[in-house]
Design a protein around this ligand. Structure first.
Ligand SMILES: *Cc1c(COP(=O)(O)O)cnc(C)c1O
Length: 396
């Protein structure tokens, strides 16, 4: 019996993408094997994080890197680092930020519920800009001068949520922020692929960037990458690591923590609840290596093949493949339903309730469209997904 069978939990075919509520994606056997091997020896966790830092630095072009339990976790410790710098007294007081720089400037159209992570560190958000292009009442969004205008002596950082339509461009934001001596923290959780985005935000001046380990990277579901400036990664590490140690016996790895810059060590910091174990760290680094080794073109071709398999099963229905020419995108299958036959909601619910449950993406249901995302499909599942959709649609 499988582990899930023993628990009485159904497995499902994930044609939605690496959503946390669907338990993320499928790890490659090499990643699972690396995690099992990691579980069979104990290490100094700071030394392991220092090794992770070197590998993440190389992959991203940043000075340093770190692993925590998700992109959200990385945003929390990144925000904490921007608030406290290397001051252990401040680290100990978070999330009470009395007397500290505790504001974060953020474009209003980028607000989203993942920003709980930075608020949890003690930041309050100062929103700028009016996203009138979303209201259908204009063409603009926040502009860099508005960010500049909102920066004060209380600003700890500018927080930027990266996505294809995010405005203003990262480079403009980092330029105005840096001119005022303020770091920029970027949420790039779901910005892979393209692989080039591993380096892009750092190259455009971001001081810290967070990526999900459990999305397209194919790492453990509870892992994330923080990449950025050495001093900020050090401040984040100090608030995440278990520092229940005697100062005179503490020999942190110099590549991650420069002890000479500290007047003391904080103990358990605000990042303690974002723990990543040795298994996650090793699994994530393995996944990162495989993600880079596979490359966008091969990965895209693999996903596209699954999309084409789904489409082949849906002969006679209105289907299109998006992103088929863009090797940096995740291609998907969009199925436009005949509203007189079956609604997207009904199709999704019936597939979810089927004997082999299938989860589709209903995000575009208001347009009468359901989407198949191939990112978390295992070999053979694409045909099954296409077949089940076709069967339900033909019966309707
Ligand atoms: C997925 C996501 C996160 C959270 O990432 P986790 O690795 O699950 O913590 C944060 N921000 C955005 C924009 C995301 O899409």
């Amino acid at each position: 019996m499988t582990v899930y069978g023993e628990l009485g939990v159904r497995t499902l075919i994930n044609a939605k993408g690496a959503a946390t509520r669907l338990s993320g994606g499928i790890m490659r056997p090499e990643v699972s094997a690396a995690m099992v091997e990691a579980s069979q020896a104990c290490v100094d966790i700071a030394e392991l994080q220092a090794a992770a830092s070197r590998i993440i630095a190389e992959a991203t072009g940043a000075e340093a890197g770190y692993v925590a339990s998700g992109a959200s976790a990385c945003l929390l410790i990144g925000a904490a680092a921007c608030i406290t710098g290397l001051d252990p007294g401040r680290m100990a007081r978070l999330p009470d930020t009395t007397g500290m720089k505790n504001e974060c400037v953020m474009v209003r159209s980028q607000r989203n519920f993942y920003d709980h992570a930075i608020r949890a560190a003690g930041l309050s958000i100062v929103e700028v800009g009016l996203p009138d292009r979303y209201a259908g009442a204009g063409v603009r969004d926040a502009e860099a001068w508005e960010i500049d205008d909102a920066i004060t002596g209380r600003t700890a950082c500018v927080f930027y949520v990266a996505d294809a339509q995010s405005q203003p461009p990262v480079a403009e934001v980092t330029a105005v922020a840096h001119a005022r001596g303020v770091p920029v923290l970027v949420d790039a959780a779901a910005q892979l692929p393209p692989e080039a985005n591993l380096r892009r935000f750092i190259a455009e001046g971001a001081d810290l960037v967070a990526f999900s380990g459990g999305k397209a990277l194919g790492g453990p579901q509870a892992s994330g990458i923080l990449a950025g400036r050495r001093d900020l990664v050090m401040a984040a590490a100090l608030q995440h690591l278990d520092l229940d140690v005697f100062w005179d016996m503490w020999e942190p790895p110099a590549g991650l923590i420069d002890k000479a810059r500290l007047k003391g060590a904080p103990q358990h910091g605000i990042g303690r609840s974002c723990k990543a174990g040795k298994e996650e760290i090793v699994g994530l680094l393995t996944a990162l290596r495989l993600f880079i080794a596979e490359g966008d073109a091969v990965r895209h071709a693999r996903w596209l093949k699954d999309c084409e398999t789904v489409v082949a099963e849906l002969d006679g229905f209105l289907v299109t493949i998006t992103g088929s020419n863009d090797t940096g995108a995740v291609p998907t299958v969009e199925i436009t339903l005949d509203p007189d036959r079956m609604s997207p909601t009904e199709l999704c619910l019936r597939l979810q309730a089927g004997e082999t449950a299938v989860a589709l993406d209903p995000a575009q249901r208001d347009k009468g469209v359901v989407t198949v995302n191939p990112m978390c499909l295992k070999p053979g599942e694409a045909k099954l997904v296409g077949g089940q959709i076709a069967q339900l649609l033909r019966q309707s």
